[in-house]
Design a protein around this ligand. Structure first.
Ligand SMILES: [Zn+2]
Length: 246
């Protein structure tokens, strides 16, 4: 079920039986010459929906804009500042916690969200407990760094996986939205890299002129996307079940 397609009465009866909710979160930012600006939001939402096939929870609306300040030199990128994002996450979680939701399982599509989300969770626990609401837990799962998923991505693409606009995440969007596959005609792999310190947006564009970080994004395929999505749904369902039992 998706929250936006439920009635309040359906939510009320769900809360009599269970208190878990899946929170998709992503980003709206450049993903190189053949990756969609919405890649991280589309993968966060898509993986949340795939997970939910296994666990029958409620999927909340996807938080489509995340912390992507370092991508702002590329047209189309949008970002929340970390302080704004903390405020938004607090409002999302406290809204649902007020109704009785207690287990918030975030499915994240963007590495730049991780630090800010963890900070938000500290504030959320503190403020909810101060307000007398106890027992709320947030789990943050970045699908692309889950060890089992990462292993598959490395098997598929080796070093060409890279760190941004990866063939794996582009494959996932191609599988989820085949009508939006972009041509990669003649696109060469970005230079290989190991280190990936990130500074400001100008420094990012200077270091990574076409937006990719070490990725061979032309190798993306619908077939690879299907494998990655299905494996992610399976492995996240195990983590999810442990989490809601905690
Ligand atoms: Zn991405």
């Amino acid at each position: 079920m998706e929250l936006q397609f439920m009635t309040w009465m359906e939510v009320e009866s769900y809360l009599k039986k269970r208190t878990d909710v899946i929170m998709p979160i992503g980003s709206t930012e450049q993903h190189g010459p053949n990756g969609l600006v919405g890649t991280d939001a589309l993968t966060g939402y898509g993986m949340a929906m795939e997970l939910n096939k296994h666990v029958g929870s409620i999927v909340a609306p996807c938080m489509n804009v995340g912390m992507a300040l370092h991508h702002m030199e590329f047209p189309g990128s949008m970002s929340l500042k970390p302080s704004t994002m903390i405020a938004v996450l607090k409002d999302y979680v406290t809204s649902l916690a007020r109704h009785g939701f207690k287990r918030f399982f975030f499915v994240n599509g963007h590495g730049g969200n991780i630090a800010t989300a963890k900070s938000a969770f500290s504030e959320i626990y503190h403020e909810l407990e101060t307000a007398g609401i106890s027992g709320v837990k947030c789990h943050f799962e970045s699908w692309f760094i889950n060890p089992d998923v990462l292993k598959l991505c490395r098997e598929l693409y080796g070093k060409g996986e890279g760190y941004h606009a990866t063939p794996s995440e582009i494959s996932v969007t191609q599988y989820l939205h085949p009508e939006h596959v972009k041509s990669a005609n003649g696109l060469k792999p970005a230079p290989e890299m190991d280190d990936h310190d990130i500074y400001g947006a100008k420094a990012f564009r200077d270091a990574f002129p076409d937006g990719r970080m070490g990725s061979n994004s032309a190798a993306a395929s619908i077939e690879a996307g299907e494998k990655i999505v299905k494996l992610t749904g399976e492995v996240l369902s195990k983590t999810f079940k442990e989490f809601i039992g905690s």
